[in-house]
Design a protein around this ligand. Structure first.
Ligand code: C2E
Ligand code: CA
Ligand code: CA
Length: 630
C-alpha cells in the first residue's frame, strides 16, 4: 500500500495485477498535466471547479487485495480522510473478489463511489449493484479501459462526492439550527404562559386574581343563563394579622382559599380579589340554590385552623347576587352589588350570607324615590316651566323661548332636569311630564305676540305610537299654529330607528312644526347623515361654545358645523353663550341665532311674557349688543 492525501482528490485502486496499477499511475500522471482533461471536466460540470490550473493531481492508493482495500477504507474513515472513489477489479484471487470487496466497503462507507472494473465474463452489474448499491454510487468500466474514460470518471465522481459532502454539511447545519429554533420556540412559549399565569394569578395562593375574576365575569355576563357572583370576606382577619403576624395571616389566607375551592360548587371560579377578599362565580338555577351553595361555603370556613402552632377560628361573610346572563348588565355593577350585599352581611353580624336586593343600593333607592316623587309632582304643583329666549343674531330680537322644566322637590329642594328627566325617561312618567310641559308652553305661547315655544322632546316621547297625532291634537286644541312650536329632539331619538324617525319628522314638518336637532355635535351623527331628515335648525351643543375660547378644536368644530349647516339650508342656534366674546365669534362664524346666559338666563313665565312683548332684550345689554352687532 502506498499513497497520501491529495487534497481530497484521493483514489483507491484495488487490483491484483501490478501491471494494472502501473496503467492507473500512467493514466493519472497524464491527467495531472493535461489541459485537455481540465477542459473536459469543466464541460462536464459547467463550472470552473475543475479548470486546469485549479486541478491538483490525484493521489492514488494502491491495494492488491480486497481485504487490504476494506482495511484501508476503514482506516481512512477513522482518520477523516475518506475516499471519494474506489476502482475495484472484479477478479482478485486468492482473497475476496471485487463483489465482496465492494459489499464490505459499502457497508463501511455509504458515500464512497465504487467503480467496478470488469472483464466481459464477470458478474452481471445488477448482481454487484444489489450488494454494494445504491445505483447512483456504483459504476462500471470495462477492461481494457481507455485512459480518458478512467480519468474522466474519477474526476466527475470526485467532484460530485465533494458537492454531496458540502450539501450534507449544509443540511446538517440547517437541521441543527431548526432544532435550536424549535427549542427557543418552546422556551418562549413557556415564558409566555408563565407570564400570563403570573399576571392572572395571585402569588400567595396561586388562585386566579382580581383581573382574572373580572375577565371571567365580563365574559359570563354576556353568555345566557343564570349565574351567581359571591364576594367572601374573612371575619376577624385583621386580628390574626395584628396578633400573630403577617406570616400567620398569609397562612390563613392560603388555608381558607383551599377550603373555598373545595366547598364551592363544581365548575365555580374561586379567585382572590385582594387582601382577605375572595370572589366566587358559578352557574345557578335561582336565588335559593345560590344561597344554599353560599351558606355551605361559609359553613366550611367556620372551622378551627392550625397556623404555626396556634389555633385560629376561621370565619367568613358573604355577599351574593344572582344575575341573568346575556342581558346588558354591567359587570362592574354586578360586582358592586355583591359588595353591597357583603357589607350588609358584615353589618348583620358576620358568619352569614346576604343576597343583594335593590334597597341596598343607594343609587337605586334614589331613583325609586325620584320616581315616586315625580309621580305626584304634577298634582302637588311642584313643577314649573322657565323660558329662555332665543334671539336672532342680527337684531337681538327674541324669536322664541325654550321651555325648561323645573322641579322643586319636597325632599331635595330644586332638582336639575338633568337628574330627573333621565329617570322619568326610563319609566312611563315621561309621557305625563311631556304632556304637562306641552300644555303649559302652549298656554304661555298664546300670550306672546308671535314667538315660538321650543319644547324638549325626549326619545321615548318621540317614539311613542302616533306621536304626530298626539302633539297635533294638543296644539290644535290650544288654538296655536304649529309654526309657533319648535320640537327639540336629540340624535339618539332619530338614529335608533332612522327610517321611522324620518317619517315622523316629515309628517311634523308637513303640518308646519319647526324641528331643531338639539345638542348637536355630541352624538355620532355627521352633517352628512342628517341631511335626509326634515330639520329647520341645529343647536350647537354648549360644550363646544364653552370650549371655543380655549381649544382650537372646539372653535374649528363650531366653524364647520355652522358652515355645513348653512350649506344644507339649516338655521344654526348657538346655545350656552356666556360671554360677549363668544357672541361676537359666533356672529362672525355665521350662527343665525344665539341663546345663553349672556343674553338671558331662563326666566319665569311672567318675565318671559314681558320680554316677548318688548321683542328685544332690554336695558344696557340691548344697547351693548346692538352696538356690537350693528
Ligand atoms: P338642553 O336641552 O341642552 O337645555 C339647555 C340647558 O342649558 C338648560 O339647562 C339651560 O338652563 C342651560 N343653559 C342655557 N344657557 C346657558 C348658559 O349660558 N350657560 C350654561 N352653562 N347653561 C346654559 P337645564 O334647564 O338644566 O336643562 C338641562 C337639560 O334637561 C336640557 O338640556 C334638556 O335636555 C333637559 N330638559 C329640560 N327641560 C326639559 C323638558 O321639558 N323635557 C325634556 N324631555 N327634557 C328637558
Ligand atoms: Ca334643548
Ligand atoms: Ca341643548
Amino acid at each position: 500500500m502506498e499513497g497520501s492525501d491529495g487534497g481530497g482528490k484521493r483514489l483507491l485502486v484495488v487490483d491484483d495485477e501490478p501491471a494494472m496499477h502501473d496503467c492507473y499511475r500512467r493514466s493519472f500522471a497524464v491527467a495531472s498535466d493535461g489541459a485537455a482533461l481540465g477542459a473536459m471536466a469543466a464541460e462536464l460540470f459547467g463550472t470552473d471547479q475543475a479548470a486546469p490550473a485549479a486541478a491538483p493531481a490525484f493521489t492514488l492508493t494502491h491495494c492488491h487485495q480486497g481485504f487490504d482495500a476494506v482495511a484501508e477504507v476503514e482506516h481512512a474513515l477513522a482518520a477523516g480522510t475518506s475516499y471519494p472513489v474506489a476502482f475495484i477489479d472484479v477478479r482478485m484471487p486468492p482473497g475476496i473478489d471485487g463483489r465482496e470487496t465492494a459489499r464490505r466497503i459499502r457497508a463501511l462507507d455509504p458515500a464512497i463511489n465504487l467503480v467496478i472494473v470488469t472483464g466481459f465474463s464477470d458478474f452481471s452489474p445488477l448482481e454487484i449493484g444489489r450488494v454494494a448499491g445504491p445505483p447512483d454510487k456504483i459504476f462500471y468500466v470495462a477492461k481494457p479501459f481507455e485512459v480518458a474514460e478512467v480519468v474522466q470518471t474519477a474526476t466527475a465522481l470526485t467532484a460530485r462526492w465533494h458537492v454531496d459532502r458540502e450539501l450534507a454539511a449544509a443540511r446538517d447545519l440547517l437541521t441543527a439550527q431548526v432544532a435550536q429554533l424549535e427549542e427557543q420556540k418552546l422556551e418562549l412559549a413557556a415564558n409566555e404562559s408563565r407570564a400570563i399565569h403570573t399576571a392572572t394569578h395571585d402569588s400567595l395562593t396561586d388562585a386566579p386574581n382580581r383581573l382574572a375574576f373580572q375577565r371571567a365575569l365580563t365574559d359570563r355576563v354576556r353568555r345566557p343563563g343564570r349565574f351567581a357572583t359571591a364576594m367572601i370576606d374573612l371575619d376577624r382577619f385583621k386580628l390574626v394579622n395584628d396578633t400573630l403576624g403577617h406570616m400567620a395571616g398569609d397562612r390563613l389566607i392560603q388555608e381558607i382559599c383551599a377550603i373555598l375551592a373545595g366547598a364551592a360548587p363544581e365548575g365555580a371560579l374561586v379567585a382572590r380579589l385582594g387582601g382577605d377578599e375572595f370572589g366566587i362565580l358559578f352557574d345557578t338555577s335561582d336565588d335559593g340554590a345560590a344561597l344554599l351553595a353560599c351558606d355551605r361555603i361559609i359553613a366550611a370556613c367556620s372551622v378551627t385552623i392550625r397556623v404555626f402552632g396556634h389555633s385560629v377560628r376561621g370565619g367568613a361573610s358573604g355577599g351574593l347576587i344572582v344575575t341573568d346572563g346575556g342581558t346588558d348588565r354591567e359587570p362592574g355593577n354586578v360586582l358592586r352589588h355583591a359588595d353591597l350585599a357583603l357589607n350588609e352581611a358584615k353589618r348583620d353580624g358576620r358568619g352569614t350570607v346576604r343576597l343583594f336586593d335593590e334597597s341596598m343600593d343607594e343609587s337605586i333607592r334614589f331613583r325609586r324615590r325620584v320616581e315616586t316623587g315625580l309621580g305626584s309632582a304634577i298634582s302637588r304643583g311642584e313643577l314649573a316651566l322657565e323660558y329662555q329666549p332665543i334671539v336672532s343674531r342680527d337684531r337681538i330680537e327674541v324669536v322664541g323661548f325654550e321651555a325648561l322644566l323645573r322641579w322643586n322637590t319636597e325632599q331635595y329642594g330644586p332638582m336639575s332636569p338633568e337628574t330627573f328627566v333621565p329617570i322619568a325617561e326610563e319609566s312611563n312618567l315621561i309621557h305625563d311630564l311631556g304632556d304637562w310641559v306641552l300644555e303649559q308652553a302652549l298656554a304661555e305661547a298664546r300670550r306672546w305676540p308671535g314667538q315660538y315655544a321650543s319644547i324638549n322632546v325626549s326619545p321615548r316621547q318621540f317614539r311613542r305610537d302616533d306621536f304626530v297625532g298626539h302633539i297635533a291634537g294638543k296644539v290644535a286644541a290650544a288654538g296655536i299654529e304649529p309654526a309657533r312650536i319648535q320640537i327639540e329632539i336629540t340624535e339618539t331619538a332619530i338614529f335608533d330607528d332612522a327610517g321611522r324617525a324620518a317619517e315622523t319628522l316629515t309628517q311634523l314638518r308637513a303640518l308646519g312644526f319647526r324641528i331643531a336637532l338639539d345638542d348637536f355635535g355630541t352624538g355620532y351623527s355627521s352633517l352628512y347623515n342628517i341631511r335626509t331628515f326634515a330639520l329647520d335648525c341645529l343647536k350647537i351643543d354648549r360644550s363646544f361654545i364653552d370650549g371655543m375660547g380655549r381649544e382650537r378644536e372646539s372653535a374649528a368644530i363650531v366653524q364647520s358645523i355652522i358652515h355645513l349647516g348653512r350649506a344644507l339650508g339649516l338655521g344654526i342656534i348657538a346655545e350656552g353663550v356666556e360671554t360677549e366674546a363668544q357672541a361676537q365669534a359666533l356672529r362672525l362664524a355665521g350662527a343665525s341665532h344665539l341663546q345663553g346666559h349672556w343674553l338671558s338666563r331662563p326666566v319665569s313665565a311672567a318675565q318671559a311674557r314681558d320680554l316677548a312683548a318688548e321683542r328685544f332684550i332690554g336695558g344696557s345689554l340691548r344697547s351693548e349688543v346692538s352696538r356690537t352687532f350693528a
